[in-house]
Design a protein around this ligand. Structure first.
Ligand code: HMG
Length: 389
């Protein structure tokens, strides 16, 4: 008997500060519509020094983890390209912070924005051979390009946590998947840099080319066509990027179906538009956004396009499960987004520069203004200090 495997639970976290893209446009002498429509972003998460990928992941996972569920987790796969150590993995820090069992396999995965998809697919294959296993998969990142760069408007940050299991509550993954890689320099970040380097326009072309290829590769392996899909969700470095991806395939759908897919896309970009790029987490925030903002029927099929610069792309699919709304806490996500404070451009620029210094010196961070459950409090003896409230 084939085991149904997929995403059982999802959690999301982004810090309590944001920058309004109209304020950024004014400060950078740009027409606000370039950012709001041309790029398709309204707000951008601003990451205080008291949050890093470990604390953001812990805050996201805590949204659904209960003590009983924690005891069942046998593996943690942490996708990130904003790691905090070149040796010790973020997954070990996370497992300790969340008090997961010591009998847990914990490892960090990196391939730009693709890391969480690698985690999801490895977790799904693991559960297919061990159907009682539960795997915690993370996509957490801080998207940084630098002040006054073309990429600045596409920054952001946060974390998505997913529990992968048999008989999942949210999305059953179809076993067929299509992937492709090429060695390209569209976006990269050498270990000595804190901001990414990017060939912006080129990266958007590679993204679209990869989407075309893996969508074709997927169709070659199945009898499915665009008519079999109720929605497509995309890696969203900025929402216009996914819109361009969808436009590539829309002409092959009937007119009423084009309208349906476009409406689903609007739902799937609503949250990303207010957070910015999450790198590894962006595709999965888009999936959550779709499920939060549009009602779907059990059995409807969603196509997912994952893209990580450098580059690796994958197209895969899953079917919505009955009662999928019970797999995440939409009210908590609304509250998280609604309670954020708007910062000025001057405050954002100041926070952008406030990171733990690169010289390894001791530091104590003022955590008083950060309402999150898990926070980074500083560094002592070249070791990061974390705290749960
Ligand atoms: P830019 O050159 O400043 O922007 O940078 P532009 O001149 O191309 O304009 C952007 C759009 O706004 C254009 O629309 C303009 O027409 C429009 P498009 O032709 O693309 O449809 N526009 C306006 N619209 C309405 N009213 C106006 C107006 N003015 C202009 N007044 C760029 C844009 C994306 C290149 C830059 O932000 C960048 O470099 N971003 C970072 C790179 C990136 O996000 N790449 C995406 C693909 S790669 C990827 O997804 C992987 C990634 O997530 C990393 C990873 O894998 O780890 C990045």
């Amino acid at each position: 008997m084939t085991v149904t495997v997929g995403i059982d639970k999802m959690g999301f976290f982004t810090p309590n500060l944001y920058l309004d893209m109209r304020d950024l446009a004014a400060a950078r002498n740009e027409d606000p519509n370039k950012y709001l429509i041309g790029i398709g972003q309204s707000k951008q998460a601003v990451i205080p020094p008291t949050q890093d990928v470990v604390t953001m992941a812990a805050n996201a996972a805590e949204q659904f983890l209960t003590p009983a569920l924690k005891a069942e987790i046998g593996m943690v796969l942490f996708g990130t390209e904003s790691g905090i150590d070149n040796s010790k993995s973020t997954a070990i820090y996370l497992a300790h912070l969340l008090e997961l069992p010591a009998e847990t396999r914990a490892v960090e995965l990196k391939q730009a924005c693709y890391g969480a998809t690698a985690g999801l697919q490895l977790a799904a294959d693991f559960v297919r051979v061990r159907p009682t296993a539960k795997v915690l998969v993370i996509g957490a990142d801080i998207a940084r390009y630098g002040l006054r760069t073309a990429g600045e408007v596409t920054q952001g940050g946060g974390a998505v946590a997913m529990l992968v299991s048999a008989n999942p509550q949210i999305l059953a993954l179809d076993p067929v998947t299509s992937y492709h890689n090429e060695d390209v320099m569209d976006f990269w970040r050498p270990t000595y840099r804190t901001e990414a380097l990017v060939d912006g326009k080129y990266s958007t072309n590679v993204y679209l080319d990869f989407f075309k290829r893996v969508w074709r590769g997927y169709q070659d392996q199945t009898d499915l066509t665009i008519a079999d899909f109720s929605a497509f969700v995309f890696h969203l470095p900025f929402t216009k990027m996914g819109r361009k991806g969808l436009r590539q395939i829309l002409p092959s759908a009937t007119e009423p179906h084009q309208a349906e897919l476009t409406a689903a896309f609007e739902a799937s970009q609503a949250d990303n538009r207010n957070v910015g790029n999450l790198y590894t987490g962006a595709l999965y925030l888009s999936l959550l956004s779709l499920l939060r903002h549009q009602t779907m029927a059990a059995g409807e099929r969603i196509g997912l396009f994952s893209y990580g610069s450098g580059a690796e792309g994958e197209f895969f699919s899953g079917t919505v499960q009955a009662g999928y709304q019970q797999g995440f806490d939409s009210t908590a996500i609304d509250q998280l987004l609604d309670r954020r404070q708007r910062v000025t451009v001057a405050e954002y620029e100041d926070i952008f520069m406030q990171r733990l210094s690169g010289d390894g010196s001791d530091a104590h961070l003022a955590v008083g203004n950060d309402p999150a459950e898990y926070r980074l409090t500083g560094r002592q003896g070249e070791q990061r200090l974390y705290q749960k409230r």
